[in-house]
Design a protein around this ligand. Structure first.
Ligand code: DX5
Ligand code: ZN
Length: 213
């Protein structure tokens, strides 16, 4: 059985003590650090950029799962790669040349992910599924932590599992937004590979110890 991965989002961490938030992630035996990059244009909020990724890189060996909620991501891929990103995920909605961007990320020696917002169907991804390493299903509208999970988004996960099995694809499936202690077992039942959690991880209500494999 494939291991279920947890990727806590430092968007909900204490920004005055990011290194100790990372220690908390390591102590919980989580797998990746999810880093939400927002530009105030593609999404309404602004978070942080490459300098934070670079500053945190020496603090941990855990992979950095960088989620770019920014316009023109192709202009920033290289600097995020150099800053220490391991997985680089961009959004399908604002990139015309998705396949080119996946190639660009691979050429930098990094894993490439594509994310879709709640209103984008899985069918939009059909042409890129053979090339991509990660599909990130947004289960809230991107921009803020602490929102309520939009349940119908979860139906996209079994659909992606089926497409992967039928076609022999190898992408991981990640879910991001609103996962908490109340809904996490339902989320796991969808067949998802990676769970992103911000507020529920850091406020202690996710209870990951019950699900850790
Ligand atoms: C939302 C971000 C998420 C968010 C998750 O735009 O992509 O990663 O931080 O936070 P919670 O788990 O609080 O919804
Ligand atoms: Zn995210």
């Amino acid at each position: 059985m494939k291991k279920l991965l947890l990727a806590p989002s430092i968007l909900s961490a204490d920004f005055t003590a990011l290194a100790s938030s990372i220690k908390k992630i390591e102590d919980a035996a989580a797998d990746w650090i999810h880093i939400d990059v927002m530009d105030g244009s593609f999404v309404p909020n602004i978070s942080f950029g490459q300098p934070i990724v670079k500053a945190l890189r020496p603090v941990t060996k855990l992979p950095f799962d960088v989620h770019l909620m920014i316009n023109n991501p192709e202009q920033h891929i290289e600097t995020f790669a150099k800053a220490g990103a391991d997985w680089i995920t961009f959004h399908w909605e604002n990139v015309i040349h998705c396949h080119r961007l996946v190639q660009q990320i691979h050429a930098l020696g990094k894993k490439a992910g594509i994310s879709i917002v709640p209103s984008t169907p899985v069918s939009a991804l059909e042409a890129v599924l053979p090339y991509v390493d990660l599909i990130l299903i947004m289960s809230v509208n991107p921009g803020f932590g602490g929102q309520k999970l939009i349940e119908p988004c979860l139906h996209k996960i079994p659909e992606l599992v089926r497409l992967r099995e039928q076609n022999g694809f190898s992408y991981l499936i990640s879910v991001d937004g609103g996962v908490n202690g109340e809904n996490v077992s339902r989320v796991i039942e969808t067949g998802v590979d990676v769970i992103v959690s911000g507020s529920a991880f850091f406020d202690g209500s996710l209870h990951w110890e019950k699900y850790r494999q």
